[in-house]
Design a protein around this ligand. Structure first.
Ligand SMILES: O=C(O)CCC(=O)C(=O)O
Ligand SMILES: [Mn+2]
Length: 211
C-alpha cells in the first residue's frame, strides 16, 4: 500500500489511506462543529511559554492539554470546567475502520484531539508520548486545506520524508513506529471549498486504557 508514495523512499510503519474519510465528510464536519460548539478551539501555551501555532480542542474520555506545567490528559476542559464532549460515534467508527484497514484490528480510541490550522500554522517534530498505552496505534484524519506530513524516525535527528496530505486522507501508525517523530510543515495559504482557509486534523489515540 505504501508503494511509491515517497518517490521510492520507504516510510516503514506509516500506513496511508488516501481518501478514506471522504464518504463521511459531511457527518464528520457536522460532528466536529458540535464538539467545537461545546468545547471551543483555543491556542494553548507550551511548557517553554510560547504559544502553539494550531488551535486545539478535544472530545472523548479525556483531552490533551498543554500549559507551562507540561503536557497531559485531563478529563475536564480547563476552559469550560466541564467534561470534554463525548466522542461522536461517526468519529469512533471511522477511526476503528481505518485502524482495522491498517492491520490494527482491536483499536478503540478513547480520545480525539482536534487540531485547527490556519495558513502558516505548523506542528514541529514531536513524539506522541503522553498516552498510557503505546501498544495502540494512532489514527490521524486530515480535512480541509492540504498539508505536508513530516515523517521522521525514532530520533529527532535523521531527517524526514514528506507526505502530501489532502482532504479526506487518513494516516495510521503504531507498533514499533508508535513513538516515531512526526510533524506538519507550515500550511500554505488557500481556500478549501467546504472549510475555507482551515486545515482540520482529528487525531485518535488510546490515552487512558489498554486496547
Ligand atoms: O495535524 C496533524 O496531521 C498531526 C497532528 C499531531 O501530530 C498531533 O496532534 O500530535
Ligand atoms: Mn503527533
Amino acid at each position: 500500500m505504501n508503494g511509491d508514495l515517497f518517490g521510492g523512499k520507504p516510510a516503514p510503519g506509516l500506513i496511508f489511506l488516501p481518501g478514506f474519510a471522504l464518504d463521511d465528510e459531511a457527518v464528520l464536519l457536522a460532528a466536529a462543529e458540535a464538539v467545537a460548539a461545546a468545547s471551543p478551539f483555543r491556542v494553548m501555551a507550551v511548557p517553554g511559554g510560547a504559544q502553539m501555532s494550531a488551535a486545539i480542542t478535544n472530545c472523548g474520555a479525556a483531552g490533551w492539554v498543554s500549559d507551562r506545567r507540561g503536557y497531559r490528559y485531563q478529563t475536564l476542559d480547563p476552559e469550560t470546567g466541564a467534561a470534554w464532549p463525548e466522542m461522536p460515534d461517526v468519529f469512533r467508527d471511522l477511526a476503528v475502520r481505518a485502524a482495522a484497514q491498517a492491520g490494527f484490528a482491536d483499536f478503540t480510541p478513547d480520545v480525539c484531539l482536534m487540531n485547527r490550522y490556519a495558513p502558516g500554522a505548523k506542528m514541529g517534530l514531536h513524539q506522541d508520548r503522553d498516552e498510557a498505552d503505546f501498544a495502540a496505534p494512532i489514527v490521524s484524519v486530515s480535512l480541509g486545506l492540504p498539508a505536508v506530513f513530516l515523517w521522521g524516525g525514532p530520533k529527532r535527528t535523521g531527517g524526514t520524508v514528506k507526505l502530501p496530505l489532502e482532504h479526506g486522507d487518513v494516516l495510521v501508525w503504531g507498533g514499533t513506529e508508535r513513538l516515531y517523530f512526526h510533524g506538519i510543515a507550515p500550511v500554505k495559504p488557500g481556500t478549501h471549498p467546504i472549510l475555507g482557509a482551515v486545515r482540520l486534523n482529528l487525531t485518535f489515540r488510546c490515552a487512558l486504557q489498554a486496547v
